[in-house]
Design a protein around this ligand. Structure first.
Ligand SMILES: [Fe+2]
Ligand SMILES: [Fe+2]
Length: 491
């Protein structure tokens, strides 16, 4: 399969165009393309948190479809009539022995055959539709077995239970179906949205991911709770707001600023600490506030004010998620280094701050989760339905990017910051004025995600990589390694 520009596909998908491609065998390249498409369309629909699950589900469905084609190819090769019960039973035993689990053995024959698999997806008004078609019709008895399997799977509580019951059955294809159903259930998606049918010519597996995955009444009430909560978040202290304004004044004197800082002992300590940190210290230790402010500069002072105030407010009000802050520190460092490399010196302080605050919506989301997890479980009266400790954003119908944006607006943070927080997962949707800010925050965050094995390099939007001349995976890898090294050096 030729290289496909998945960013472009995702863009047209978002405008309502169906997206589809066909293949004979799901090579590594095909799976990569599929994953990249998923990463992008889930991001444009604010559903990036479904990525892991959808990658697994669609891979299973695609393998099942290929297996069905492979079965025909195999029977043909062995001169067995698939429609005849007796030879079916004979052939399927051999098929299981020779092919299941090593489908690549038939890769060549599949390519020669006219049997292919088509992946199709379209954005609909109330959700995303996926259809995987393979052009060999399923036999009535196969369909019957599959539907039975689907019915049973809806009943299983977990994978162990399913496995015990079916592991020694004929074709092995059943486990894939059960896995899909269980994954859907654990994500709160009703498995009735997963269907398999045939029209006598082709077989179709369809899956619909509704935007509204939980009862609307429930999601609206949680969403409302979060919105009310944001409403109640305190604004920055007056002192800090005045200082931020002062930093922006052209005619401001350093003396004026340090006199104001000195009134706040905690802030004074922070400023001195920053001035004496590796990034700023030039010679001997800085002892006076005047000197400290001079060394770090007004842009950095402003960023420090915003970052520490935000952190203070959130720490006081919500659970402390050290992991998120650690991730944000790293993202911030990467963002700053990327800006420096691409001679975007004028926005270094901006992207550094954007990196530091990009995930602040997550803090609120996760805190809310701790409180309402049990409540939701009770309401849906199915404790097994929620296996993850992280509240899926879909259960409340508001993403962490949007929550972050709302807080940033409430704090009257600068536009570049509000925009970077809002679009850090969907950089192509941001307004062009802040393309560099958003692009860098996005790229820094994606690279951190690759380190955590959350993302792959090829999930990253091509146009952003092009902008930073990192389209070549070798260059990207080398640059990423450099970022990692620099980060561990400084910490
Ligand atoms: Fe994020
Ligand atoms: Fe992040």
């Amino acid at each position: 399969m030729a290289t496909i520009n998945t960013s472009e596909l995702a863009r047209t998908f978002n405008e309502g165009e169906p997206l589809s491609f066909s293949f004979y065998y799901p090579s590594e390249n095909t799976i990569k393309t599929l994953n990249a498409i998923l990463a992008k369309i889930l991001a444009t629909t604010d559903r990036i948190f479904l990525l892991d699950m959808m990658v697994t589900i669609l891979r299973e469905i695609i393998i099942n479809a290929t297996k069905a084609n492979a079965k025909r190819v195999y029977f043909h090769k062995m001169n067995l009539d698939i429609a005849n019960h007796e030879s079916y039973m004979k052939g399927i035993e051999k098929f299981k022995e020779d092919i299941v689990g090593q489908l690549d053995r038939l890769e060549g024959e599949l390519k020669k055959s006219k049997l292919k698999v088509t992946f199709y997806t379209r954005k609909e008004e109330d959700g995303i539709k996926f259809i995987i078609t393979n052009n060999s019709p399923i036999l009535p008895e196969e369909l019957e077995r599959i539907n039975l399997r689907l019915d049973n799977a809806r009943r299983y509580k977990d994978f162990t239970e399913a496995y015990e019951e079916i592991y020694d059955e004929t074709e092995g294809a059943g486990l894939g179906i059960v896995l899909v159903v269980l994954l859907l259930k654990s994500s709160g998606i009703d498995p009735v949205h997963y269907k398999i049918k045939t029209d006598g010519k082709v077989t179709q597996a369809s899956l619909f991911i509704p935007y509204q995955m939980r009862p609307e009444k429930l999601t609206t009430s949680i969403k409302q709770q979060i919105l009310d909560d944001i409403e109640g978040i305190p604004t920055f202290p007056k002192q800090v707001l005045e200082l931020i304004q002062m930093c922006k004044r052209r005619d401001v004197e350093i003396r004026e600023i340090s006199e104001k800082i000195i009134q706040d002992p905690a802030l004074s300590t922070d400023v001195l600490k920053l001035a004496n940190s590796a990034g700023f210290i030039t010679g001997k230790r800085v002892e006076s506030l005047n000197e400290a402010v001079m060394n770090i500069g007004l842009k950095n002072l402003e960023a420090l004010l915003i970052a520490t105030s935000a952190r203070k407010i959130l720490d006081k009000r919500y659970t402390k998620f050290e992991q998120i802050w650690e991730h944000c520190n790293r993202t911030s460092f990467y963002a700053r280094t990327i800006a420096a490399k691409y001679k975007l010196g004028n926005i270094i302080e901006h992207v550094s701050l954007a990196g530091l605050l990009h995930d602040l919506g997550k803090i609120i989301l996760l805190s809310t989760d701790l409180e309402v997890t049990n409540w939701i479980a009770d309401l849906v009266s199915d404790r097994k339905m929620r296996t993850s400790t992280v509240m899926e954003e879909v259960s409340i119908g508001i993403s962490h990017s949007t929550i972050g944006e709302l807080i940033a607006e409430k704090w009257q943070l600068p536009d570049y910051l509000v925009t970077s927080i809002r679009y850090h997962h969907t950089p192509l949707e941001a307004n062009a004025e802040y393309a560099d800010h958003v692009g860098i925050t996005y790229l820094a965050n994606m690279l951190c995600g690759v380190e955590n094995r959350k993302y792959q390099y090829y999930y990253i939007e091509e146009s952003i990589l092009q902008r930073f001349k990192l389209s070549d995976e070798k260059d990207l890898n080398a640059f990423h390694q450099k970022l990692k090294d620099l980060y561990s050096e400084q910490s």
